[in-house]
Write a protein that binds this ligand. Sequence first.
Ligand code: F6R
Length: 670
Amino acid sequence: MCGIIGVTGGEGILETLLDSLGRLEYRGYDSAGIALESPWHPDPGRTSGEATAGDDRADRLGATLWRARAAEGTASLQALKKLAQAAPLEALAGIGHTRWATHGRPSEVNAHPHLDCTARVAVVHNGIVENCRELADHLLAEGHELASETDTEVLAHLVEAELAQAQSTSQAQSTSQAQSTSQAQAEDGGLPAAPGVLAEALRRVLPRLEGSFALAVMWSGEPGRIVAARRVSPLVVGTESTGTGQSRSLLASDIPALLGKADRFFVVGDDEVVELAAGCVRVSGAGGERIDPSELEVNWDLEAAQKGGFDDFMSKEMHEQPQAIADTLLGRVLGDGTLTLDEVRISDEELRQVDKVFVVACGSSYHAGLVAKYAIEHWARLPVEIDIASEFRYRDPVLDQSTLVVGVSQSGETLDTLQAVLAARRSGAKVLAVSNVVDSSMARQADGVLYTRAGPEVGVAATKTYLAQLVALQVLALYLAQLRGILYPAETDRLLGELAELPGLVQVALDRSDAVARVAARYEGTKDFFFLGRHVGFPVALEGALKLKEISYLRAEAYPAGELKHGPIALIEPGTLVVGVATRTRLWEKMMANVAEVKSRGATVVLVANDGDERSAAEADEVLWVPRTHPLLAPVIDVVPLQLFAYHLARLHGHDVDRPRNLAKTVTVE
Ligand code: F6R
């Protein structure tokens, strides 16, 4: 959770920070804050702010820190922008943060950046330092004063404590490397040959930390330098060189925050230390040894990270679903109709040995996994278990080398799923990650990765990434079937043809948004919703209910329709709205019998039904029409009107659909 950003070099550092924070807000918006490092100026008015380094020290150190923080929930960034009007005119570097509270309630005092005792070190952080209590006790005993309840502030004080020691190490290194300095300086641009003092201090801090983190630090003793590190939590580094001496370097929690601002992107490995100066980046390992960072090829454009004319990201992203599916299918099917999964680093031979599949995931990704269970069992005839990642981690699943564990996570950073996948690998199972983020933590930890190609998803509620997951998992099911020789080639061909038609059919469902909006308007005052489905319609019901809960804040329960009579039917009364997934599968008759049961108890019924299905329409008060496809592919289409239904109801209730309360896009805590 939380988003971090850092910029050094070039013009417009403040504007870049604020703009990127806007793009990172989906990661949390309990508070927002920035710290700027500016050249010391004799006029105190130019360096005044909510907190500054003492000016008496600033003249010796060559820079001073200015900080502003706002904790006003979804209005935090706006409030921060107002405070930023008083920022120093000139900035050498800056860091920023948007927060989803974990340690310490949302408040200004807990907002990042956090400072050390001297107000010369500023830190922003995403993740959780699990041993922060113990570290804080140690620091307090040494005389440090902590102002907040956060784990992050501990980091600022740890860096402060290590700076003195680091200074002597760094001096010794600089002297011994003096002869090669000029060459190294040329290679590293503005960075001297040896890692700086701040980098050395952070390297000493890292082994003392337990947990997950991505953090960025500035110290007024090294003006224009930002030092960062990560473990498990995401961090991407970028550089931009304009060729006019305006080079800059940046870091952020994700790529969209840097789109249009950097032209090269680099990955930072766990526990590596990265130093950023204007236009140059240097990465070093645990022993201070230099590491060549691997460069990322980024195809996303800036447009993809912005709203593109839609009112909100959620509607933009729902309308991108046909493209997301088409892109996810791209290149998977060869001209001769056979399937290829070239990004899967598990050999076909190993996949043929698989005798059991586990799917682990959370939230919407779990719902995609449920559909995969039906598809893999039916097409590939392999037993599939599916588990919520936070449960899987703490039970004792029976796994061995012939088990395939499929971790489904659009972000690839969800801590529960990541840990579940790591536990599975330790048990000897083969792990396949299904992720939307290239080089995400999960993608890196897995034996193989099948990328969904939905592009960046900013709205907190998963939409296009969910559909892309469904399609990727269906492709996986067909691939396993092909490897195991279960399906006749003609059957595979037919299914591939139906997969290829999905983008067009999803478009048809999206084009009916106005009709869904009219139905939603009729039930604006409804408080209780039941979602029912059978077979793959059940995961669709679960996903429809989840969308409604998370963006409309309305009570919605989802059940397999056949389970209703075992208890939940007691809740059905006049005024209850039942939304049923009644598209044509072999269980349609049974589904309609369940619909009759709720109708006879006074419920109002809205059905998702296939175009022209008058028999379904005759039983329903309202119909959300969808085109028909193969029953196992139907969830891809059937969920669309339910996404739209939740979306329109949320808007009718005046909610911010992109940033629902209490939620964050990426859940990197347990
Ligand atoms: C719901 C939603 C969440 C995520 C869940 C897993 O709309 O977005 O339920 O699906 O937090 O996230 P990933 O897929 O990133 O692991």
